[in-house]
Write a protein that binds this ligand. Structure first.
Ligand SMILES: CSC[C@H]1O[C@H](OP(=O)(O)O)[C@H](O)[C@@H]1O
Ligand SMILES: Nc1ncnc2[nH]cnc12
Length: 299
């Protein structure tokens, strides 16, 4: 079966369930070897590029962070030929100077999730990708430059760098946890991006996060506890900025997509000898292993 192709993917988080700017759209309902993605993917044209959009929690926000089908979401992007993937996500700020409605392009993650699926491998094929730089530097840089180049509404400031703590949720942090993350030097907090980044790396997709600050979590003495109402209110105020930035990112990728080492992340990562890998595993991972002829399933 053949699918429409898109070189750029966007995963929208809380409050970002569609991309109004996409033209000539088609919807594809996938069933990947890892099950169905969060929702149908919408593929359309933006700034001359085909772009695939997926609402992470599904339209209507139906899925908890721990219920997200991370593997299926990334596998579907791979099936569409996506090479560059931008996540737009709501985050809490753990730093005074990252104010609600600012936008951060983080460069590190810290994992506080519990036992979520975060690899495509196993079932007879062992692989270990490098993940010391979990966010693709070139894409994050391009996206931050794009964000700085557009006219933004309000007093939104753009920040580069920082560590995104990925917590389990769905409850927000306790005050003790929030204070501890700050004492560890963490910068922003969310519940979704770490598994996506890991799986994107395994799928050799270049990945970066545009983190939309919606609140000060619960540590800030001058701000109350975080609520969904506050988050969605700030996200709605920033949704137009997010769309403008996505367009500018796509324009830049259309003109000059940066080379990225993620595109060859499996080159030295596959450990199991091809002859020892079960045929069923090769079949299951066919979209991810297409560049490695020895691991292709036999006809
Ligand atoms: C709606 S508040 C908490 C929720 O928002 C963030 O989601 P996303 O990363 O998809 O924008 C956070 O990670 C939580 O899932
Ligand atoms: N304070 C917070 N903690 C976790 N996830 C969030 N998403 C938005 N704000 C958040």
């Amino acid at each position: 079966m053949s699918y429409p192709q898109a070189r750029i993917g966007v995963i929208g988080g809380s409050g970002l369930y569609q991309m109004a700017d996409l033209a000539d759209t088609v919807e594809v309902q996938f069933n990947t070897p890892f099950g169905p993605p969060s929702d149908a993917l919408v593929i359309g044209t933006l700034a001359g590029e085909r772009v695939a959009f997926l609402p992470r929690h599904g339209r209507g926000h139906r899925l908890l962070p721990a219920e997200l089908p991370f593997q299926a979401n990334i596998y579907a992007m791979k099936m569409l030929g996506v090479e560059y993937l931008l996540s737009a996500s709501a985050v809490g700020s753990l730093r005074e100077e990252y104010r609600p409605r600012d936008i951060v392009f983080p460069d590190q993650f810290f994992d506080r999730t519990k036992d979520r699926p975060s690899t495509f491998f196993g079932d007879g094929l062992v692989a270990h990708i490098g993940f010391d730089q979990p966010i693709c530097t070139e894409l994050a840089h391009l996206a931050a430059e794009a964000a700085r180049s557009v006219e933004l509404i309000g007093e939104t400031r753009i920040h580069t760098g920082g560590t995104y703590v990925c917590m389990e949720g769905p409850a927000f942090s306790t005050l003790a946890e929030s204070r501890l993350y700050r004492s560890w030097g963490m910068d922003i907090i969310g519940m979704t991006n770490l598994q996506e980044a890991k799986l994107a790396r395994e799928a050799e997709i270049c990945y970066a996060t545009m983190a939309l600050v919606t609140d000060y979590d619960c540590w800030h003495p001058d701000h109350g506890a975080v609520t969904v109402e506050l988050i969605i209110d700030n996200l709605h105020k920033n949704a137009e900025n997010a769309q403008r930035i996505v367009r500018a990112v796509v324009e830049r990728l259309h003109t000059a997509a940066p080379p990225c080492t993620s595109h060859s992340a499996l080159k030295y990562a596959l450990l199991t000898q091809p002859a020892d890998v079960p045929q069923a595993t090769k079949q299951k991972l066919a979209a991810i292993l297409a560049n490695y002829p020895a691991y292709r399933p036999e006809d």
